[in-house]
Design a protein around this ligand. Sequence first.
Ligand code: ZN
Length: 188
Amino acid sequence: MMKLTEEQKQKRRDYYKNNREKCKEMHKNYYENNKEKFSEYAKKYYQIRREEIIIRTGDYYKKNKESVSKKRKEFYWQNRIENILKQRKYYENNKEKILLKASKLWIEKPEVISAWKKKYRAKYPEKEKARNLAKYHVEIPKGQMCELCKLNKATDRHHEDYSKPFDVKFLCHKCNNNLERIEVKNDE
Ligand SMILES: [Zn+2]
């Protein structure tokens, strides 16, 4: 890239200041048209400076924990369906590995599982309450299909808001599990 003189740089900054919207639009278009190139470049950059990036993002996360996890959650809810489908695909492709790992843990370290469950319940008392209320008061309609994948029969009740225990979505076990997993991840 050509080196710019201070004067040129200043000019550029001024231009940007005065034409912010136009510049933004231009950048966006440029990005859209060269998306692949950018992602290729980003990948390369990441490979070369991996450790540095990991440390940097870790620091950033520590300093901005709340806003980061809020953004993550927002992102998750905006891309919920895609995320679930992605996770499902990952699960389908790695089913044996995942199940083996889980069942091994279940057999070898049941205390880990029950401790985890206990902790989970203590951490989310409102969740537990909403679940129990729904379980005994909201019946899953006969023949109800999963509201997310629309492929499997609904077997689970899913809350999007635990302060509304009777407001549930009927999901299959798979989709519900995927949602739970993502929620737990986001809360960590
Ligand atoms: Zn489903």
